[in-house]
Ligand binder design. Sequence first.
Ligand code: CA
Ligand code: CA
Length: 79
Amino acid sequence: MKKLLALVIAAAPIVGVIAGEKSAIPAFKELDADQDGKISVTEATANQKFASLFKKLDVDQDGGINAAEYADLIKSQTM
Ligand SMILES: [Ca+2]
Ligand SMILES: [Ca+2]
């Protein structure tokens, strides 16, 4: 248990750095300009980094990034 806590503390600064980088991609709500729960290709162009990842992110290829697909991006960014 102590070991785990030490690990968490040691990892904290790294997480902070990653969180800083992550801010390059806006929040889902920010990207979803029309608030339909999906980020369309047009909405994705608002962020260059996100737009470049769009095709990779659209796992179900429905032409939009839903919350789950967006979550995958954030997960991959923090790993
Ligand atoms: Ca939308
Ligand atoms: Ca999709």
